[in-house]
Structure formats: C-alpha cells, structure tokens
Design a protein around this ligand. Structure first.
Ligand code: FE2
Length: 196
C-alpha cells in the first residue's frame, strides 16, 4: 500500500499495484475532486464516496455500491459525450467496464429520482434546493406511465436505493468510502465476470 492524495487533501492508502481498470477508476475519481457538485456543499468526489458509503451501510452488494460511487461519472470530461445527459454518458462508460447491472443502475438514477418524487412524499421533503431546481430540468415528477415503465426494469428497487443514497451524499462531514475500498470494489466487481 502507498499513500496517495485523496479527498479534501487527505492522504489515502491505495494499493501499490493497480490494474489498468483500477487506475482508470482512480483517475476519473481524481478528476472529480476539484469539481463542484451543482451548488451542493461537497465536491463531486466526496459526493461519490459518500453515496457508496451510504449504500454499503444498508448492506448493498458490491455492484450496487460501485454504481453508487460511479453514478455521476458522466459529469466528468472523461466520460462526457457531447449532448448526452450525464446519466446516459455514465451508463455507457460503466457498461464498457462493469457490465449491464452497474450500467443500468447508473443510467436509472435520474428516472429513479422522478419516480420517488411522484410516489414518496417523504422523499420529496429530503430534496436539497439544488435537487429541487434540477428536477424541473429533468422532467419533473414521473407520471403514471413512467412509474409503471420504471417498475418493469430489471433492478428498480436497487435503482431507488441508489437514488436515496445519492440524495443523502451531500454532507461535508458524512461517512465516505476510502479510495482503497473503491479499488477493492473494482477488483471484486470486475473479477466476478466479464462485462455482461
Ligand atoms: Fe448524484
């Protein structure tokens, strides 16, 4: 293990030898360190690591936790495709590296927000002012047909769990995964099989 610069300037232990995929994930996360998160009080990197930690706390499996870490990767230049919504760009980036389920969960996180707003009044009350503002641009609350279509997806409950973690991951002092934990996650998910 070696020390590497990590979130908010803290030293983080990461493995001395990483695979190309692990290096790629670390690089894309590093690119998120200096990115503001749409007016939220955390950087994109802290948001990502807190989303992963929130899911881990609920007992989520590795793919779901990794999807939580990577759900906004489409906001980075590394994954951005001109004109593509960030959830679509992120899903494509993840599909090429981690397979169908991680890609689905990343791609569904905006739709999951719209579904939760439409179906769970308690969730709406938790939205940050920024999240309320972006909801409008994202299409507002899902209508009945959209809720029904969402529920027929392959992993709708996991997508909703990711979205709840997304909303909770905006605390400057919140619990977060370490980069070493993310590296281990990448190894376990990628090692579990080739992209599906
Ligand atoms: Fe997010």
């Amino acid at each position: 293990m070696v020390a590497a610069r990590g979130p908010v300037g803290q030293a983080h232990e990461v493995p001395e030898r990483c695979s190309a995929l692990q290096d790629e994930v670390l690089a894309v996360l590093a690119s998120m360190e200096g990115l503001a998160y749409l007016g939220e009080p955390v950087s994109q990197l802290i948001h990502a690591l807190e989303a992963g930690a929130a899911l881990r706390t609920t007992g989520a499996d590795d793919e779901l936790v990794l999807a939580g870490v990577l759900h906004d990767v489409g906001r980075t230049l590394a994954a951005r495709r001109p004109g593509q919504p960030h959830e679509v760009a992120g899903a494509r980036w993840c599909a090429e590296r981690f397979g169908e389920r991680v890609a689905y969960l990343v791609g569904a996180h905006v739709a999951a927000k719209r579904v939760l707003v439409a179906t769970d009044p308690g969730y709406s009350a938790l939205l940050s002012p920024t999240s309320v503002a972006t909801l409008e641009a994202q299409g507002g609350p899902a209508d009945q047909d959209e809720v029904a279509a969402f529920s027929t997806g392959r992993w709708p409950d996991d997508a909703l769990a990711l979205r709840r973690a997304d909303e909770a991951a905006k605390d400057p002092d919140g619990r977060r995964l370490s980069l070493a934990e993310v590296v281990e996650l990448v190894e376990r998910v990628a090692g579990a099989g080739t992209p599906r």
